[in-house]
Design a protein around this ligand. Structure first.
Ligand code: ADP
Ligand code: MG
Length: 289
């Protein structure tokens, strides 16, 4: 079954995006200059170690956090400049969010279909004619069993609950769906069903961005972007990994090379005539020289 969405898929652009958590007495720099383009209609996985800034980046794209510096645009919205009204409009119409932990996205006292309808109440009247019916959304994420439509979230299995959270995230018909660790703590079977639900949402013509630390989830998306230490560390396309030269000229080594050449290693970089660069480590590490 297919649901045509009337609104266009939404792209994202980050330029030198910085986010700082300001705590009592000290700051945590969670993102320190992210450059990233996500084309409308793309599916992308944000991968990388815990604490690298993935959820922060997703929170910024969702309009839940405000950039500390740099540029961020989500579709037509410039989030460095957007006021509260524009942010609210963006969250209602243009961006669907599946927060980490299915139950955070669901109201415990409403059945599955009513959870979707509740999410749709946020959408302004002029957009409501574009919205898929609650039952269609349940079908889209594969929640077709008898009685599911009226089931309370606690009566669903963990995988079903997560798929319901995806349906709720997609309920407004927004052109961008963001999902933070949607498959964590699920067994393989339930994970595959959640992935199928995300792929079904993507197939309706939406941009889908998933935060995950499961490499198999990453492989199912068009592209993976590794976030490391608050910046884009590497990109993968069709199974190949690429390094990215950052705006300050830095390059993050992939984990297996980092184990070979730990932080502090001194290297000489030599360019060959064809542009190939050779990195030649000095004997020992920087701390020993
Ligand atoms: P990830 O999702 O990749 O695990 P996060 O975006 O959650 O990473 O965190 C990035 C960094 O920001 C980490 O150093 C984390 O400790 C810090 N951080 C995240 N949320 C908060 C918060 N609410 N207050 C302070 N620091 C935070
Ligand atoms: Mg996270």
């Amino acid at each position: 079954m297919s649901i045509a969405i009337v609104r266009d898929p939404i792209g994202v652009t980050c330029r030198g995006l910085v986010y700082i958590y300001r705590l009592d007495g000290y700051d945590v720099v969670a993102l320190s200059g992210v450059d990233l383009d996500v084309a409308p209609g793309e599916s992308l996985a944000l991968v990388g170690p815990s604490g690298s800034g993935k959820s922060t980046l997703m929170g910024l794209m969702a309009g839940l956090l405000r950039p500390s510096a740099g540029r961020l645009s989500v579709g037509p919205h410039d989030l460095a400049k957007a006021g509260p009204m524009e942010l609210q409009r963006m969250r209602a119409n243009d961006v669907g969010v599946v927060l980490q932990g299915a139950s955070r996205n669901l109201l415990p006292y409403l059945g599955a279909e009513d959870n979707i309808r509740f999410a749709q109440r946020e959408v302004p009247r002029e957009y409501r004619t574009d919205m898929p019916a609650a039952r269609e959304l349940l079908d889209l994420v594969g929640l077709t069993g008898s009685g599911v439509a009226s089931s309370l979230p606690k009566r669903l299995s963990p995988g079903e609950r997560q798929r319901l959270a995806v349906a709720v995230g997609a309920a407004s018909g927004a052109g961008l769906l963001l999902a933070d660790e949607p498959t964590s703590q699920l067994d393989t079977h339930a994970r595959d069903e959640v992935l199928a639900a995300l792929e079904a949402v993507h197939a309706t013509g939406r941009t889908v961005i998933v935060v995950t630390h499961d490499p198999e989830v990453g492989e199912r998306m068009h592209r993976t972007v590794t976030i490391r230490d608050g910046r884009v560390g590497a990109e993968g396309r069709r199974g190949e990994d690429y390094l990215i030269v950052g705006r300050d000229g830095s390059v993050h080594l992939p984990q297996e090379l980092l184990e070979l050449h730990p932080p502090g290693t001194l290297m000489r970089a030599e360019a060959e005539p064809d542009g190939t660069i050779r990195l030649i480590p000095t004997i020992g590490t920087g701390s020993e020289t």
